[in-house]
Design a protein around this ligand. Structure first.
Ligand SMILES: [Mn+2]
Length: 330
């Protein structure tokens, strides 16, 4: 069964632009990791260099991970929270800023190797545009791909096993972010064509891009490039990062169905932002919903979903099957 891990960035006081103080209290990084360890169903964590881990606290984090038998699953170089990255990072026009971003990702790979981290995400948060014709996208893609090649050269020269994953998101913090959809990220992944370079589909990002998520998961799995997943949900208006299944339970089942069909054996990462609510409750609800969804898929398989679907004509019958399986496993 796919293991579940939690992004610790969402487990503290969270600010938004209308309340820069947040509604909660800050929780230290070490405390957040302990809380993950104490939460049923959570087997790993995800975090950023250097905002959540650096050389100063790495030994303490290592001890907590061992104490709670937690795995560090994803370690990401933070390249969007400092002034130099306001107009871009791995794709920035300024070669010095681009180099800083590359070095930041290399730092995440070095630190990740110490923890045998399987995944490192690249999120092109600020590589994009706010104004019409502000950014030359052709040049941006050239620079970004060049940075990716430098990172992969470093990875291979150090014999790191980490898989680097692009995580597409259409907008926020920029009006538009480059490679904003699953298919456009896959185009770049296939251009680069490296076994250690693939995708992390963040379900909420695909939903605000109004993607047909069954199609997106199928496309990436068909290309054998789905290396990681981020689960969360929203009403397809904004990336609210509520627990998976809260807004689109049947859609969640459809994605789990495709992952079962294609044999995805990677992690389910939780990328949650409980601005107002309890982060443990968010994690528990996520675990409940994902496991319930997987049970629904198993029951659907037992009841002939694959044959029904292969016909391509059985819409109402499939809808009844999904409904009945959801009702039965509850
Ligand atoms: Mn994410």
């Amino acid at each position: 069964m796919n293991k579940i891990c939690m992004g610790i960035w969402g487990m503290t006081n969270l600010r938004d632009r209308f309340n820069v103080n947040g509604f909660k209290e800050d929780v230290s990084v070490l405390e957040r990791i302990k809380i993950c360890g104490e939460t049923d169903g959570i087997d790993g964590i995800e975090l950023h260099v250097p905002t959540e881990i650096d050389e100063k606290n790495a030994a303490e984090i290592e001890k907590i991970l061992n104490d709670y038998n937690l795995q560090m699953v994803q370690l990401c170089g933070h390249t969007w929270t400092e002034p130099q990255y306001k107009f871009g990072a791995l794709g920035d026009v300024d070669i010095k800023i681009r180099q800083m971003a590359i070095d930041r990702v290399k730092w995440a790979l070095d630190m990740g190797a110490r923890f045998n981290v399987p995944i490192s995400v690249l999120w092109p948060a600020t590589d994009g545009n706010d104004f019409i014709l502000q950014t030359d996208y052709i040049a941006l893609y050239d620079r970004y791909v060049d940075s990716v090649h430098q990172i992969l050269d470093y990875l291979h020269s150090n014999k790191y096993k980490t898989k680097i994953c692009i995580e597409p998101k259409p907008f926020e913090p920029r009006s538009w972010i480059m490679m904003g959809t699953t298919a456009s990220a896959l185009a770049i992944v296939q251009e680069v064509n490296d076994p250690n370079f693939g995708l992390n589909i963040d379900v909420g990002h695909a939903l605000i891009a109004r993607e047909n998520v069954e199609d997106s998961f199928s496309l990436v799995c068909r290309a054998k490039k789905l290396y990681h997943t981020h689960w969360d949900d929203n009403d397809m208006q904004a990336d609210m990062d509520v627990p998976p299944g809260c807004a689109n339970f049947e859609r969640m089942v459809s994605m789990l169905y495709v992952l079962d069909q294609t044999g995805y054996d990677g992690w389910f990462g939780l990328d949650l932002f409980p601005y107002r609510d309890d982060s443990v409750d968010f994690m528990l609800l996520s675990v409940e919903n994902l496991r319930l969804g997987q049970e629904v898929v198993q029951l659907m398989n037992e009841r002939g979903a694959r044959d029904l679907r292969a016909r391509g004509t059985e819409g109402p019958a499939m809808s009844r099957l999904i409904r009945d399986c959801i009702m039965q496993v509850k």
